[in-house]
Design a protein around this ligand. Structure first.
Ligand code: GNR
Ligand code: NI
Length: 178
């Protein structure tokens, strides 16, 4: 088990298109365990492989209060989305500290392989539906801030680049004290 570094917006690697998982084998199962560990540690409800710089169609989710309802979606395909829309407040582990409203389908059906490689169809609504759509966007290189106005996107980029520079400076100072 290992914690994986999470890419932060505006890292260009967040915009890479993920390729299908070729085989649900020991390598993929080890990656799934590391992704859950990373997601739980970061207190997220979902994590796409793209966010840990692995460009394969793999998502882990747990929207439960108790943090004990693991859901794995491998090579997910949207089979149906409701016309009914829902606007919810979203956040992203790759865009720390930023929350804003995004409109999504209120309900979806998704076909995917589970961690044993078995084909499943999942019907989702409310938070799970939002989370699945947010994670599937990551697999095609899309981050939720891209639904916001260009003005907001610019402000978010500036804010996160500034935070990154400050983190780097603090790390450099800590290094110098050694
Ligand atoms: O932890 C997360 N919370 C969240 C809240 C509302 C809508 C989507 C999400 S997903 C996010 C974790 C994450 O960044 N997944 O890619
Ligand atoms: Ni995200």
């Amino acid at each position: 088990m290992a914690l994986l570094p999470i890419l932060r917006y505006p890292d260009p690697r967040l915009h890479k298109i993920a390729q299908p998982v070729q085989a649900v084998d020991a390598r993929v199962r080890a990656l799934i365990d590391d992704m859950f560990e990373t997601m739980y540690e970061a207190k997220g409800i979902g994590l796409a492989a793209t966010q840990v710089d692995v460009h394969e169609r793999l998502i882990v989710i747990d929207v439960s209060e108790e943090r004990d309802q693991r859901l794995v979606l491998i090579n997910p395909e949207l089979v149906w989305a409701s016309d009914e829309r829902l606007k919810g407040e979203e956040g992203c582990l790759s865009v720390p500290g930023i929350y804003d409203g995004v409109e999504r389908a209120a309900a979806v059906r998704v076909r995917a392989l589970d961690e044993r490689g078995k084909a499943r169809e999942i019907a989702a609504e409310e938070l799970l539906a939002v989370c699945i759509q947010h994670e599937m966007d990551h697999l095609v290189g899309k981050v939720f801030v891209e639904y916001l106005s260009p003005l907001k996107q610019g402000r978010i980029k500036t804010k996160l680049l500034k935070a990154e520079r400050e983190d780097f400076r603090a790390a450099t100072r800590a290094q110098e004290r050694l």
